[in-house]
Design a protein around this ligand. Sequence first.
Ligand SMILES: [Ca+2]
Ligand SMILES: [Ca+2]
Ligand SMILES: [Ca+2]
Ligand SMILES: [Ca+2]
Length: 149
Amino acid sequence: ECSDFDECLDLANACTPNSICINTIGSYRCGQCKVGYVGNQTAGCFPRKSCASLSFNPCDGNAHCVIQRNGDVTCACNVGWAGNGHTCGKDTDIDGYPDRSLPCMDNDKHCKQDNCVFTPNSGQEDADNDGIGDQCDEDADGDGIKNVE
Ligand SMILES: [Ca+2]
Ligand SMILES: [Ca+2]
Ligand SMILES: [Ca+2]
Ligand SMILES: [Ca+2]
């Protein structure tokens, strides 16, 4: 008499990790990824990115998690904070640029320091390129003569 052997219990990784294994009489089958995982038997099953999942929380403490229409998860800084969502810094004038430059400044312009910290200038215009935004540059065109004169 032959008895069935449960490959799902007795073989480590009979199916790709985190996928469903179904024992059958004399054999076994591999099914879909388990709930909360995406992928397939050949590519592997990986944790589904989710704002609710504790194992996947890439957002800054001052950011919130956003699920895009295509299922991607992104982070956005909360109101009063600016940055790329993974790193957020205080944004006093709420124009989307932080009061101080953030470590992500090489990759995202919204991590660069606001060139006019207390005046909203979401365009960061700086006609004379001296690093002081037009909105608070006493000599916006850099010709040596103050705006008021
Ligand atoms: Ca700002
Ligand atoms: Ca500003
Ligand atoms: Ca300037
Ligand atoms: Ca001037």
